[in-house]
Design a protein around this ligand. Structure first.
Ligand code: GDP
Length: 308
C-alpha cells in the first residue's frame, strides 16, 4: 500500500468539516456508488445535528490505490505539545483559508509549527462562491503570512487550490472550475511526499496520542515508523527512563473513512491504533521484541500561562 499522510490546518468555520465530508463522499462514490457514500456520512451528520463540528481524529480516504490519512490539528490552545506530535505523523498539510476572511491569527501557531517541521503546504482557498470572496488577495495574504513565519523557498512555492467545499468542488485554475475534487487528490499525490515505508525492518512506532474504548481499554495512536505488527504479537514498550515492558498487541486498527477498523496486521507508513498496551504513555516507543530501538523522545512545549 502507498500512503500520503496530511494534516488540515484551518481557522474555525473556514470549512474543514465540509471539505473532509466532500473528500470522503467522493472517494466512496468512486468505489461503491452514491448510496453507500450517503450512509457512510451519517455519523458525521449526526454530530453536526447536535451542534458540534467534530472531525474524526483521523479520516482515511483512498484515491487511485493510495491511502490518504487526514489528521485534524487542534485549532487554538495547545497543551502539552499536541500540535507537534500530530504534525510529526504527516508529511504535508492543507492550509484551508476562507476566500473572504483570509488567514486568521488563530491559525498562525499551528502553521508556524508545520513550517518549522518542514511540512509541504498546499493552500486551499475555500468559499470562493461568497459574494465578498477575494481569492487572489487571500493567496497573497497567505504567502505573506508564511514568509513572516519563516517558510523556506520550497514551502513558499506552495500549490494553490480554489474550492467550494459545500459543493464538493476544488480546482487549480480559477478560470477553469471543476465539478469535483479530483484536482485536490491529484495535487496531494503529486506534491506531498510519501512516507518512507520499510516493512521488513523491526517494528517501531511513537505513541503520539491516547484514546480509550469501553471494552478494549487504552488505545495508542501513531504512525508506524517501520516494520509491521500483527494481532496477538508481543512487542516492547520502551519507557522514557530506559526500561522496557513486554506487552501484547490485543488488536491493531487502521482507518477507513471516519471509522477505526480492526486489522490483522498494520505496517509502516500508516496511521494506526493499537489496543492492549495499558500503561503506554505519550512519547514512548513501541518496538520489536527482539530488536527494540527507541525513537527520540519528543520535546513538549510548556504551555504559556497568561496571567492577565
Ligand atoms: P469548520 O469549522 O472549519 O469545520 O467549518 P464547517 O465545515 O463546519 O463550515 C462552516 C460553515 O461554512 C458552514 O455553514 C458551511 O456550510 C459553510 N461552508 C463550507 N464550505 C463552504 C463553501 O464552499 N462556500 C460557502 N459559501 N460556505 C461554505
Amino acid at each position: 500500500m502507498e500512503y500520503r499522510n496530511i494534516a488540515i490546518i484551518a481557522h474555525v468555520d473556514h470549512g474543514k468539516t465540509t471539505l473532509v465530508d466532500g473528500l470522503l463522499k467522493q472517494t466512496l462514490e468512486l468505489k461503491h456508488g452514491e448510496e453507500i457514500a450517503e450512509r457512510a456520512m451519517d455519523s458525521n451528520d449526526l454530530e453536526r445535528e447536535r451542534g458540534i463540528t467534530i472531525l474524526a481524529k483521523n479520516t482515511a480516504v483512498e484515491y487511485k490505490g493510495v491511502k490518504i490519512n487526514i489528521v485534524d490539528t487542534p485549532g487554538h490552545a495547545d497543551f502539552g505539545g499536541e500540535v507537534e506530535r500530530v504534525l510529526g505523523m504527516v508529511d504535508g498539510c492543507l492550509v484551508l483559508v476562507d476566500a473572504a476572511e483570509g488567514p486568521m491569527p488563530q491559525t498562525r501557531f499551528v502553521l508556524r509549527k508545520a513550517l518549522e517541521l518542514g511540512l509541504k503546504p498546499i493552500v486551499v482557498v475555500n468559499k470562493i462562491d461568497r459574494q465578498d470572496a477575494r481569492p487572489e488577495e487571500v493567496v497573497n495574504l497567505t504567502f505573506d503570512l508564511m514568509a513572516e513565519l519563516g517558510a523556506n523557498d520550497d514551502q513558499l512555492d506552495f500549490p494553490i487550490l480554489y474550492a467550494i467545499a459545500r459543493e464538493g468542488k476544488a480546482f487549480r485554475d480559477l478560470n477553469n472550475p471543476q465539478e469535483d475534487m479530483h484536482e485536490l487528490f491529484e495535487l496531494v499525490l503529486e506534491k506531498i511526499p510519501a512516507p518512507h515505508v520499510d516493512l521488513d525492518a523491526p517494528f517501531q512506532m511513537l505513541v503520539t496520542n491516547l484514546d480509550y474504548s469501553e471494552y478494549l481499554g487504552r488505545i495508542v495512536l501513531g504512525r508506524v515508523n517501520r516494520g509491521t505488527v500483527k494481532k496477538g504479537e508481543f512487542v516492547n514498550l520502551m519507557h522514557k527512563d530506559g526500561t522496557m515492558t513486554k506487552v501484547r498487541i490485543v488488536q491493531p486498527f487502521t482507518h477507513l473513512g471516519l471509522k477505526r477498523i480492526e486489522a490483522d496486521e498494520v505496517g509502516a507508513g500508516d496511521i494506526v491504533a493499537l489496543a492492549g498496551i495499558e500503561d503506554a504513555q505519550i512519547g514512548e516507543t513501541i518496538a520489536d521484541l527482539a530488536d527494540p530501538e527507541a525513537l527520540p523522545i519528543i520535546t513538549v512545549d510548556e504551555p504559556t500561562v497568561n496571567m492577565t
